[in-house]
Design a protein around this ligand. Structure first.
Ligand SMILES: [Zn+2]
Length: 629
């Protein structure tokens, strides 16, 4: 909450004018209800289903970790070179001639995962292995035959250029397995212990012990070429430092292919526009290559997926995986009572069960946060049918960071079309990241971050805003350099000082006449009207950097450098309250006020402060924001 308060304060300090009475909390039950309705609808439409996915487990904390919950550390490890002998005598002979051994040699940092290998992948352009693609090797110790497959992704330079593929225990291999339709053989459980269809002597072993035992046996078989000691980067649990274990598990998936098609159409029709344009192409590419979306997460907080399993989740998934098998088969296999049918019921409350032998297990997984964030445009308005929704949906513009385009806008457009038949907004404006002065990412650990509050204190929010509009182009990252903000601070001071100077030249007894004075179309007035048009056009085109440059150039070099001096000359020696003075000073005041208005979106604080000075003197009314623009 403290972070939230801090963020609100910063938003206000920088001049964000939001309607805070409509602030919402992501886990608000009213929003959750709408999120659940979407899930129910997708279930009925056959769009959500259970399927396998690799998740990161900390074997020590016994919990699944999101990528952000993992750190990367350099650790000592091994690189083991292992021979997988060919099955056919002919292939053995050929291999012997080419490599000096009767098989293909793979290199691995994790020998224990070999028990779960289901292929060896080589690059199709690798002359060493070309002729072996499609042939079979015998996986040592496990004694299973596995194929040599061709994969463009395999790096010729890494290890031996032959990659053992373990779909159950490596995210990269999992993807290869999916593409190639490989079998998934699970050999490590969620506690980091060896399991599954492996020789009994390894069952229950920790992965490190199993690795050692395997290397010993391979060495005796003459299949271990060598072991190199290496230092390499491993992903570790952020909380306890234990290396994470990628394991296969059943998750909820959404097939959003039909929605991606609709979203693509909406982009092509111009129903939604992405600024900058190049990112629209990227979004189109994302939709054209849409993948099933894993919507379940093993988190402690969030929106719980509203599903109940008759008997158990394990029973449901087992029946799902083993087509043709029955509940009785499950009971035999695991030597337990099933207490249910494995069917699924949706809802937040436990389903009624008239049968006392049936128990229900509640889904423990949460929705991926993007599953709910993707529905924000209508869930925050109360959903279809509510007053706010009818009044405000679809909205006009969404502004968010470029790096979450595929996570957020991609989902918001799809969900919008799915639930409401309309795109959620007509324009998405992407922002870049503000980088440290050397162009690197700001980070707490590097200590190169800049606190917005410090910048406000030192240079004021207007200087920071104007720098941002000038330097941070839509969708591009920009390094924050102090001297640039300083330059903008000088301009902000110039606005204040020039305005004060203009006001000083108006005598009290002239104010009343100036108030009612009509402005004549001088060259200066016409040039200012042109300028306003130009800046407005740049704002409309989201070329805010050009707009910022326009207002700075015009105010500084036209109004201050030229016109104030000109007008000073024109009224020189004119008596106070004379017609000429009133005419010229009225014009000068008009020029100032029009400049304040067009500069206001860029530098709201100083322009408003000057405006209020004018109000005090009776030379202006109201406030600049909203009323005047
Ligand atoms: Zn841990």
């Amino acid at each position: 909450m403290q972070n939230a308060d801090n963020a609100r304060t910063q938003e206000k300090n920088i001049g964000l004018s939001a309607d805070y009475s409509r602030e919402f909390f992501t886990l608000d039950p009213k929003l959750t209800k709408i999120i659940y309705e979407t899930f129910y609808k997708m279930y009925e439409d056959g769009m959500v289903y259970r399927d396998k996915r690799i998740v990161n487990i900390c074997p020590n904390c016994k919990t699944a970790l999101a990528d952000i919950d993992t750190d990367h550390e350099e650790r000592r490890g091994i690189f083991a070179y292992i021979i997988y002998p060919f099955v056919n005598e002919e292939d053995k002979k050929l291999a012997k001639e080419k490599f000096g051994v009767e098989g293909i040699t793979v290199a691995t940092t994790r020998p224990e995962t070999m028990l779960g290998d289901t292929a060896v992948a080589v690059n199709p352009n690798d002359p060493r292995y070309k002729e072996f693609v499609g042939k079979k090797v015998l996986l040592p110790i496990a004694n299973r035959e596995i194929p040599i497959i061709a994969e463009e992704e395999v790096d010729l330079e890494t290890g031996t250029g032959a990659l053992k593929v373990t779909p159950a225990h490596s995210p990269v291999d999992f993807e290869i397995g999916k593409r190639q339709g490989l079998e998934i053989v699970n050999v490590i459980d969620e506690e980091g212990k060896m399991t599954g269809n492996i020789p009994d002597r390894f069952k229950g072993m920790g992965t490190t012990d199993c690795s050692k035992a395997l290397c010993g046996e391979l060495s005796e078989l003459g299949l271990l070429v060598k072991i190199e000691n290496i230092k390499h980067e491993v992903a570790v649990c952020e909380r306890c430092g234990t290396p994470i274990e990628p394991v296969i598990s059943n998750q909820w998936y959404a097939n959003v292919e039909s929605l991606a098609k609709k979203a693509l159409e909406a982009l092509h029709n111009g129903d939604v526009k992405v600024i900058p344009e190049g990112q629209q192409k990227a979004l189109e590419f994302f939709y054209e290559n849409i993948q099933p979306w894993c919507i379940s997460r093993q988190l402690w907080w969030g929106q719980r997926i509203p599903v109940w399993y008759s008997g158990s989740k394990k029973l449901h998934d087992w029946l799902n995986e083993n087509e043709g098998k029955t509940v009785e088969d499950f009971e035999k296999e695991f030597n337990v009572k099933a207490n249910g049918t494995g069917e699924i019921k949706l809802g937040e409350e436990m389903p009624d069960s008239s049968n006392p032998g049936v128990s229900w297990e509640q889904e423990s997984d949460m929705f991926d946060t993007w599953f709910s964030s993707g529905q924000v445009p209508f869930s925050t308005l109360g959903g279809p049918g509510s007053n706010d929704y009818e009044k405000y949906y679809p909205t006009q513009m969404m502004i968010h960071a470029r790096d979450i385009l595929f996570w957020w806008t991609a989902r918001m457009i799809m969900f919008g079309l799915y639930k409401t038949g309309e795109v959620p907004y007509s324009t998405v404006l992407l922002t870049g990241m503000i980088l440290a002065s050397d162009g690197s990412k700001m980070s707490k650990s590097k200590g190169n971050g800049i606190e917005p509050n410090d910048v406000f204190q030192k240079y004021g929010a207007d200087a920071l805003r104007l720098w941002y509009y000038s330097d941070a182009l839509p969708g591009s990252n920009a390094p924050l350099r102090e001297e640039k903000i300083k330059g903008n601070r000088n301009f902000v001071n110039k606005i204040w000082n020039a305005s004060r100077f203009i006001l000083m030249n108006i005598e009290d007894e002239e104010i009343e006449k100036i108030q009612g004075k009509e402005i004549t179309e001088t060259n200066r007035v016409m040039a200012t009207k042109e300028h306003i048009k130009k800046v407005s056009l740049n704002i409309d085109k989201y070329q805010l950097n050009l707009g910022a440059e326009n207002i700075r150039e015009f105010f500084w070099h036209e109004l201050c450098d030229k016109w104030i001096e000109e007008i000073k000359g024109e009224i020189k020696d004119q008596p106070i309250d004379s017609d000429l003075r009133i005419e010229k000073l009225s014009e000068l005041l008009w020029l100032l006020k029009e400049n304040l208005k067009i500069m206001h979106p860029f530098v709201p604080f100083v322009t408003e402060a000057v405006w209020q000075e004018l109000v005090k003197l009776g030379l202006a009314e109201g406030v600049l924001m909203v009323e005047q623009i």
